[in-house]
Design a binder for this molecule. Sequence first.
Ligand code: FES
Ligand SMILES: [Fe+2]
Length: 467
Amino acid sequence: MNKPERTFRADRHPADSYEDILDRDLVPAPDFLRQRGLREIGIEPVAASRYFDPAFFEKERAHLWPRVWQMAGRDEDIPNVGDYFIYENVGKSFIIVRAGPDEFKAFYNACLHRGRKLVTLNGCKSEFRCPYHGIAWNPDGTFKDNPIGWDFPQWEGEDIDLPQANVDRWGGFIFINMDHGAPPLAQIMGPLIDDFVGYDYANRYKAVHVSKKVRANWKVTAEAFMESHHSLTTHPQILPGIGDCNSQYDILNDYVSRQFSASAVQSPLLESELSEQEIVDYMLGQGFTRSSLAGGNVAGLPEGMSARAFVAARAREAAMLTSGNDLSSVSDAEMIDSLLYNVFPHMSFWAGFSSNLTYRWRPNGLDPESAIMDVIILRPVPKNAPRPKPVPVHELGLDDPWSDAPEMGDQLITIFSQDMGNLPYVQEGLHASGNGLVHFGRYTETRIRHHHQMIDRYIAQGEAAIK
Ligand code: FES
Ligand SMILES: [Fe+2]
C-alpha cells in the first residue's frame, strides 16, 4: 500500500506510531486513517489571560461566535412541523424550528417590538405569539398579526418577518451561523464529511444527551478532549489498553482536526510489559468504555492472535447484533479505536462503527470562567425496527456530579469525572500563574495551538473590519 509521506517523524514519541499499529491489524484500516495532516505552526507560548480576561472573552463574543458554524442540536429532536428547540450561546438565543417536513429555520429569539424572548421553553407551536403584548409570527417566521397594529405606522410596508440565522445540516445535526457571508458548512467540514461517509450518522438516534456546566473557560474544557497523553496521570486505569502518548494528530483543513488513539495496545508509558492476553483481559474485563463490549466475558485469546484483532472481532460481533448491519469487513481500527474529529470552534464527532460520541463546548452565558459541555451518544437505529425516540437533554449544574447521569454508563462517568476533576484547578492555576504563560507540546498539542491561532484569526479579521 502506498503510504502518504510522513513528516517530522523524529519529533514523535519513539514508540510504535498509530500507523505502525495499523500496519499489523488483521482487518486493515481504510486509507483515510493513514493520510497525514501535519503543520509546522510554532512553539511559542500563549497568554494565560486568554482563558479568563473579560476583554478577551468580549473579543470572542464580538468576532468569533457570530461568524462560525455552531452545532445547535439534532433534527430528530423536532420531528413534526412546528416543533422547535432553543439554542443559546454567549447571550444570543435562537428558535430552531422545523418549518416544513424537510425545512429548518433558526429565528433570533427576540420580539421585534420591545425585545422580549418569544419562547423560553422547547415545544411545538402553530404560531410564535409574544407573551408581552401579543404580536405573533408564523412557524416559518413570517409576520402574522399585531393586536396594536393601528399604532405602528413605521411597520407598514416593511419587512417585519423574524430575522434568521443561516441553517445547514449534516448527519442529523442542525448547524447555525449568524454570518450570512460565511463559507458553507460543507466547505468548513469537508474532510470530516468525506471521512464519515460510511458511518451514516443521520441514521443514528440520540441515546444519551448530558449538558454539564463546568467551572472552567470553554477553551480549557474543550482542550481537555484534544489530546490523549493526559491519560498517564488523569486516567491511569486505562493505560493497559490505550496508545496514549503515541496518538496521531492531524490538521486536515483550517477547521477540521483529528486525533487517533489505538485501543487494545498498552500505553508505552506503562512500566510493565503486558501480554496480549492481559490486554484482552483488561479490555473485556472492566476497563473498556465502549458499551458494545461492556460486560463481555473474558475469553481465551487464540494462539497467535493479537489483542487488537480479538477485541475488534468481539466489538464487531456485538455491533452487528445490535444494529443488524453487516460489519464483517469493517477495519479493526474503526471498531475499537478513539477516532476524534474536531470542527472549529466548538464541536467534536467520533468516527467509527460503535456508539458514537459527540461533544460541544460553549461559554456558560457571558461568564469567561465557566462553560457548558454537551455529551451526546448516538447509537445505530436497529434495522427493521422503528426509530427509537431521542432522549431529552439531561442538564447537570456546576455542582452536580457526572454520576447523576447514570445513562452515561460507569466507565464514561469515571473518565469524565477524572477529566472534569482537573478543570476548575486549571482555571484557578491560570489566574495564579507566575509568568502568565501557557505552553503547548509541538506535536501532541498541535490541535490546541491551532485552535488558538484560528480564534486569533477571527478576532483580527473582525477588528480589521470595524476599523
Ligand atoms: S415585546 Fe413582544 S409584543 Fe411587545
Ligand atoms: Fe480525558
